[in-house]
Design a protein around this ligand. Structure first.
Ligand SMILES: [Zn+2]
Length: 466
């Protein structure tokens, strides 16, 4: 071993980490109920510290210099609006110009001598994968943030949890795995997706080890439920699921099947879990000791008033590896005003994930999002919660077509198509083409056999596929 290599316990003061970012259950005893002044005071001091650090990273120095922003100008929380934002396109360019890591990392592989590092990738379906280097400290804090959400979602130490997220290049499965083992003392079964461990095997494992949760998308958990029923099992009796942690989408249906509440979360792979829904179910509380979330107009990037839906701009203030400071993630949502929630917390709330800003299609002057179409279409009675939207060109004009899976009698599909068309026109103000299809026929498009479903494809002529 080279001289001077620091082991995890020497590289990171874990007691200090837990003091600054309390894990559950302590977090829900005090920090959860912090008053607005304390929240803002902690936030401002951490933000200023992180701005200084980000400015030492070439990517941020270049961006901020070009916009005339000096981190010393960050004196109040309102000043944050003046910090320029960036999108995934800027990250892509950074990777292209400074391969293979880009110039947005705050550490490099040589730094692994003073602190163990990890590398995970995002994207990569088109273009180069976007790497992120994580320090031991980053893994620790994001583990704490993940377990805060999972604790609220009902997981407790000693619970056996099946992790059906994909153990691949992405951070997701690994970050949940580490969080559960190190910060919540749960026992993780590393199933990965159906390609690695068949759905039937997952049902077997859940039953045999009495798993308290199966971590995967809501859609995929429903697939597991279907399989359990096909095996002659009663999901609620034979699979004693006590937590719907990480099961995004289809919350109400899962609540009904398992008889437990589903609380939504919001997060992404570079920063971990940002916010979690509380039992009051009026928005997701942002972990404001680690994040600022603001909302900007999708087209102009200008700040939007509280309550308006736009693109989320996220700043984390905990990472020592690769900072994310005013990242316009192009996920759509909104913010609630600062007020005390019925649960007693003053932590600011945001809406649920409402779709992607970069899949927006302008139809005759109206902004339309595929996820919004899916939500409206699958709310019509007689549909399954499964759909796929395509943007196409018809007579030189942009058009959208949604394929929706029918739940019942194939003979009623014409009536169903008309009902969905009418509902979409009423609610969106533009006409969307509708196609009603049989169960399973969208799987090759949505990738339902992997854990994360795709819902949109741009097939317009002259437009590059995303
Ligand atoms: Zn609340």
């Amino acid at each position: 071993m080279p001289l001077g290599v620091r082991q995890p316990w020497n590289a990171v003061d874990f007691a200090e980490l837990a003091r600054l970012f309390p894990p559950p259950p302590e977090y829900f005893e005090r920090a959860w109920f912090a008053d607005p002044e304390e929240i803002d005071r902690v936030k401002l001091s951490r933000l200023r510290d992180r701005a200084d650090r980000a400015y030492r990273v070439p990517f941020f120095r270049r961006l901020w210099d070009a916009h005339g922003f000096d981190p010393r100008d960050l004196r109040t929380l309102d000043d944050l609006e003046r910090v320029p934002t960036y999108t995934v396109d800027d990250i892509r360019r950074s990777v292209e110009e400074h391969p293979p890591y880009g110039d947005y990392q705050g550490v490099s592989p040589e730094d692994a001598v003073r602190e163990p590092l990890r590398l995970h990738m995002s994207g990569g379906t088109t273009g180069e994968p976007r790497p992120t280097l994580y320090t031991q400290w980053d893994r620790g804090v994001s583990g704490v943030l993940n377990t805060r959400a999972m604790y609220l979602q009902g997981l407790r130490s000693g619970d056996v949890v099946i992790n059906s997220w994909s153990y691949g290049l992405h951070n997701g499965a690994f970050s949940f795995d580490e969080a559960l083992q190190r910060w919540l003392n749960c026992i993780v079964i590393t199933a990965s997706t159906g390609n690695v461990t068949s759905v039937r095997k997952q049902v077997d494992l859940a039953r045999r080890f009495q798993a308290a949760a199966i971590l995967t998308t809501g859609d995929y958990l429903l697939r597991i439920v279907e399989e359990a029923r096909a095996m002659g099992l009663d999901p609620r009796r034979d699979l004693p699921i006590r937590s719907l942690a990480t099961n995004v989408g289809n919350g109400e249906l899962l609540e009904e099947i398992f008889g437990i509440p589903a609380y939504a979360t919001y997060g992404f792979h570079e920063v971990g879990t940002v916010a979690v829904e509380c039992p009051a179910k009026q928005g997701l509380h942002i972990f404001e000791d680690a994040f600022d979330v603001s909302v900007v107009d999708v087209d102009t990037g200008q700040p939007l008033p509280i309550g308006e839906v736009g693109a989320l701009v996220v700043t984390e203030f905990y990472k020592t590896g690769s900072p994310q400071f005013r990242y316009n993630i192009m996920d759509l949502s909104m913010l609630y005003p600062r007020e005390q929630c019925a649960c007693g917390s003053w932590l600011r709330r945001m809406g649920k994930f409402a779709g992607r800003g970069d899949t927006m299609v302008k139809l005759r002057g109206v902004n339309v999002w595929p996820e919004a179409i899916g939500t409206i279409a699958t709310a019509v009675e007689g549909t399954e919660p499964d759909y796929f939207v395509r943007a196409v060109t018809v007579d030189g004009q942009d058009a959208l077509v949604v394929s929706v899976v029918a739940a019942g009698d194939p003979r009623r599909q014409d009536a169903l198509r008309e009902a969905i068309e009418r509902r979409l026109t009423d609610q969106l103000g533009v006409r969307i083409g509708v196609e009603v299809v049989d169960p399973g026929s969208l799987d090759h498009l949505t990738g339902q056999t992997t854990a994360k479903a795709r819902r949109f494809r741009d097939e317009r002529t002259g437009v590059e596929p995303r």
